[in-house]
Design a protein around this ligand. Structure first.
Ligand code: SAM
Length: 229
């Protein structure tokens, strides 16, 4: 009963991984992976007591107490050296929050774990973090579930081959914008529609804010250019 979204995320967690799932809520992701013998150990981190209790409950219910350690902690503080974590998942939150979590405890990334990130919005911030920290995007995926469109970004530490992403790569995703799948096109066409709605509203305003209008037009044209590329 795992969501399509988390099922896709699960596909990117390497076999046998020692996973930290940060912001785990019900610990569904690590529980699913352990029940399927896909990983060897997990930490489920939660900063909010309610979700932390959800995670504890699920781990107990599935009899996974020896394989999942649930910790009430802020972000990467849930990871302890003895956990020997090699993969970190941070899913179901905004891209800005994901980068704040990654920036708050940089020492937890000293062993350069694989990062499986699933921002709900603000993907550009996540990609910027990746290129700024010697990581490289290995894979990207976009999916739609329950009328929401989600992106998954997988990154590995590769300072020698760290890529320089163009503005278009950062905004739209280097792989996603090349592949231009159906859901990807839908996402950006709907962004264009939103921009058009705002532009129409601005045109009706008495003192039209010119700078704002121009910024929106630029954004619209960036999307148009990318879609026609
Ligand atoms: N990762 C799950 C998923 O993708 O379905 C749950 C996503 S839920 C929308 C986001 C969770 O992140 C919430 O349970 C919230 O308490 C937790 N969270 C937010 N900020 C956090 C932080 N700094 N450290 C740990 N957990 C955090």
């Amino acid at each position: 009963n795992l969501s399509q979204r988390l099922l896709k995320v699960a596909n990117y967690i390497p076999q046998g991984a020692r996973l930290a799932d940060i912001g785990s809520d019900h610990a569904y992701l690590p529980a699913y992976l352990l029940l399927n013998d896909a990983i060897s150990f997990a930490v489920a981190g939660e900063v909010v007591p309610g979700p932390y209790e959800n995670a504890c409950h699920e781990v107990k219910k599935q009899n996974l107490n020896d394989k999942i350690t649930v910790r009430l902690a802020d972000g990467l503080a849930a990871i302890h050296p003895e956990d020997q974590i090699d993969t970190i998942a941070i899913c179901g939150m905004g891209g800005t929050l994901i980068t704040e979590i990654l920036n708050a405890n940089p020492e937890k990334l000293n062993n350069h774990p694989l990062l499986v990130l699933q921002p709900n919005v603000g993907e550009k911030n996540v990609r910027q973090w990746i290129v700024d920290h010697g990581y490289r995007i290995l894979n990207e995926e976009i999916l739609e579930e329950d009328h929401h469109i989600y992106e998954i970004i997988v990154a590995e530490y590769a300072p020698q081959t760290a890529e320089k992403l163009s503005l278009a790569d950062l905004t739209f995703g280097p792989y996603l914008r090349k592949n231009k799948g159906e859901i990807f096109i839908k996402k950006w066409q709907s962004e264009q529609a939103k921009i058009q709605t705002v532009l129409k509203q601005l045109e009706q305003a008495k003192n039209m804010p010119v700078a704002k209008k121009e910024a929106l037009l630029t954004q619209y044209q960036e999307i148009e250019g990318m879609l026609n590329d």
